[in-house]
Write a protein that binds this ligand. Structure first.
Ligand code: FES
Length: 246
């Protein structure tokens, strides 16, 4: 496949950025999107140019590091992570626009890399339990009802990639934060911090500059792990309950 790429190039956080066109040839439909970018970077390095900076780690859809807006969609045309997107989703001769996540709370560091440490600070404010874990516990020492276990697992699938924020017209982190809150608040092990968790995590989310939720639902549509939109409603109920209790 021969492709025209229009890639966001930005030297650093303070420099202005611009879409820069590149041609790549010999792209296999079986390549992942990141392997296609590797090919571009090999070409740039051979030409003595600065390679395109982009985030990645596992390349298996589990770490959440890869984060690109492709032709206007967070993670591109498939409902998956950028590293799990394959070039068979595109056609020979296509022009592909590649941009970083666009959100005030995710400032661009360089090219396609954004600073997502705001998510880390939300996690730090409540994404933990204080129950002593010690050595490997007896699996049934604390009984977890099956529906609660299912809910917790469903929300624990969030990999914190930030696609929900990038897709939201408000740059809201409600889906991410609700996944973390609902995951732990559903479990008996998370009960001691149930109120402080939701109050602190929502407070940190607001302080980090994420926008508010207006129920557009783009976040759940873009989420590669299928975190459901109703988790936001669950978090809102948890928040109201905690605020009234306090
Ligand atoms: S690189 Fe880990 S999810 Fe894509």
């Amino acid at each position: 496949m021969r492709l025209t790429l229009r890639v966001w190039r930005q030297k650093n956080a303070d420099a202005p950025g611009t879409m820069t066109p590149y041609e790549v040839d010999g792209i296999s439909p079986d390549m992942s999107f990141l392997e296609m970018l590797d090919t571009l970077n090999e070409q740039l390095i051979l030409d003595g140019d600065d390679p395109v900076a982009f985030d990645h780690d596992c390349r298996e859809g589990i770490c959440g590091a890869c984060s690109l807006v492709i032709n206007g969609d967070a993670h591109g045309p498939e409902r998956t992570t950028t590293c799990q997107l394959h070039m068979r989703s595109f056609s020979d001769g296509d022009t592909i626009d590649i941009e970083p996540w666009r959100a005030a709370a995710f400032p661009v560091v360089k090219d396609l890399v954004v600073d997502r440490s705001a998510f880390d600070r939300i996690i730090q404010s409540g994404g933990y339990i204080t129950a002593p874990t010690g050595s490997a516990p007896e699996a049934h020492a604390t009984a977890v009802p099956k529906p609660a276990a299912d809910t917790a697992f469903e929300h624990a699938e969030c990999i914190g990639c930030g696609a929900c924020v990038a897709a939201c017209p408000n740059g809201s982190a409600m889906l991410f934060t609700s996944a973390k809150v609902v995951h732990l608040n559903s479990l008996p092990q998370g009960a001691p911090e149930r109120e402080t968790r939701v109050l602190n995590m929502v407070g940190t989310m607001d302080a980090e500059g994420f926008g508010g939720c207006t129920n557009t639902g783009e976040c759940a549509t873009a989420c590669p792990k299928g975190i459901p939109l109703f988790s936001i409603a669950t978090m809102n109920r948890e928040f109201v309950r905690a605020a009234r209790k306090r």
